[in-house]
Write a protein that binds this ligand. Structure first.
Ligand code: UGA
Length: 435
């Protein structure tokens, strides 16, 4: 099969590389000339484990290429995936569909034989219908279908998630489109991955409902963590104890500083706006969003409390700035709330992040960036773990203790076992660990 992917952002690039690994011929197209030049030269613009070798292998095999021109590949493609950005529109939180609509118009003018136009971007329910209108206007005499095929990739684990998904969701009622999509995902069919065909609207909503549900699980366990602290319970045990019930499931029950990233914050807001528009308020999702916003803001207060009530003139050693490990993505990271609040309270910050420094420097210019975890501890009044990178999981506490002014550790990700830092003389503040 021949495939065009429009947009070489995170989802577009990973999907394109993985479809080429399945044996299809894929062209990834982007308007950004610099990005395409870099990709052609083998430079991957994002940090995603395994992506560089996957791209390299498939480019060398002649199955994957990059272009700035849709005209080079759309006409010959069996499927065209729209994977451009859908950022939150400034002011109202709606998903901004201008890039999606522009891509659809351009694709429409280039269609040749039968083509399935597929939305991969997270798009509000009804977007497929709008794309259909555009195609009817610009390509009335061509053969096409519009399908929705939402993506459930996690940053940092995207390739495994694409190759071994829990399910594939395809929204289309056209038999012809289904056959093209079945062929595209053939290796997964052979693996007996559940592939669900639904109405297009259902597929579009499944994506938002999944992210909103996962975000709700996180806000729920974060509230339980606060309660644990007051009641002398341990949230790790509570999460395990409820998670072993199959109806609840143990994943996404890690209490922490609040969820961030490019998806949960944006998608929950967009879902709320869609629901408001049709007069169906989503009270649970609203509460999830509010709880998360409050939580991120409250994290700096915990650090200040651990410092004895004032951060004035104190130096904070901060480990991790990205919204989660194995990514360089800083979007909506809890650190973007924590750092400004600490600076405002009079602290100075020395930070280290294994991959996020370049991005972080743009967003948090007023802190000192260090080259490794121990460098930022030198002379600091407190050590704070914001992101659970693996390399922070086995810190040398003797060395850390010698470098720090005070042996105080605030572990916002609970990566240390109860008692472990205390055994090395540290005052330890985890999340939801009362008693
Ligand atoms: C999320 C979903 O997990 C993917 O299925 C989805 O495809 C993707 O959004 C998307 O819509 O594109 P991602 O944002 O990469 O993926 O990251 P997650 O691993 O889901 O983490 C999101 C946030 O929740 C992070 O800030 C993480 O630290 C936080 N989190 C996650 C918790 O605080 N506790 C948990 O138990 C799990």
């Amino acid at each position: 099969m021949r495939v065009t992917i429009v947009g070489t952002g995170y989802v577009g690039l990973v999907s394109g590389a993985c479809f080429s690994e399945f044996g299809h011929h894929v062209t990834c197209v982007d308007v950004n000339d610099e990005k395409i030049k870099a990709l052609k030269a083998g430079d991957i613009p994002i940090f995603e484990p395994g992506l560089d070798s996957l791209v390299d292998r498939n480019v060398k095999a002649g199955r994957l290429d990059f272009s700035t021109r849709l005209a080079d590949s759309v006409g010959a493609s069996d499927a065209v995936f729209i994977a451009v950005g859908t950022p939150s529109r400034r002011g109202d939180g709606h998903a901004d569909l201008s890039y999606v609509m522009k891509a659809a118009e351009e694709v429409a003018s280039l269609l040749y034989g039968y083509t399935v136009v597929v939305t991969k971007s997270t798009v509000p329910v009804g977007t497929g219908a709008k794309i259909e209108e555009i195609l009817m206007e610009h390509a009335p005499d061509k053969e096409w279908d519009v399908a929705s095929n939402p993506e459930f990739l996690r940053e940092g684990a995207a390739i495994t998630d694409f190759m071994h998904p829990d399910r594939v969701v395809v929204g289309t009622t056209s038999e012809r489109a289904r056959n093209v999509m079945k062929e595209l995902y053939r290796p997964l069919f052979l693996n007996e991955t559940p592939v669900m065909f639904t109405r297009r609207e259902s597929a579009e909503l499944i994506k938002y409902a999944a992210n909103a549900f996962l975000a709700t699980k996180i806000s729920f366990i974060n509230e339980m963590a606060d309660l644990c602290e007051q009641l002398g319970a341990d949230v790790q045990d509570v999460a395990k104890g409820i998670g072993l019930d199959n109806r609840i499931g143990k994943k996404f029950l890690h209490a922490g500083p609040g969820y961030g990233g490019s998806c949960f914050p944006k998608d929950t807001l967009a879902l709320l706006r869609t629901a408001q528009q049709v007069g169906t308020p989503l009270r649970i999702v609203q509460a999830t969003v509010d709880a998360n916003d409050n939580r991120k803001r409250a994290m700096a207060d915990r650090i200040i409390a651990a410092l004895g009530g004032s951060a004035k003139g104190k130096r904070v050693a901060m480990l991790g700035l990205t919204f989660k490990p194995n990514t360089d993505d800083m979007r909506d990271s809890p650190s973007l709330d924590i750092v400004p609040a600490l600076l405002k309270a009079g602290a100075t910050i020395h930070a280290y992040d294994p991959e996020g420094t370049a991005e972080a420097k743009k967003l948090l210019p007023d802190i000192t960036y260090c080259d490794d975890a121990y460098a930022c501890m030198n002379g600091a009044d407190i050590l704070v773990i914001v992101t659970e990178w693996n390399q922070f999981r086995a810190l040398d506490f003797d060395r850390a203790g010698d470098l720090l002014k005070n042996r105080i550790l605030v572990d916002l990700r609970n990566i240390y076992a109860r008692g472990e830092p205390q055994a090395k003389g540290f005052e330890y503040y985890g999340i939801g660990r009362g008693g």
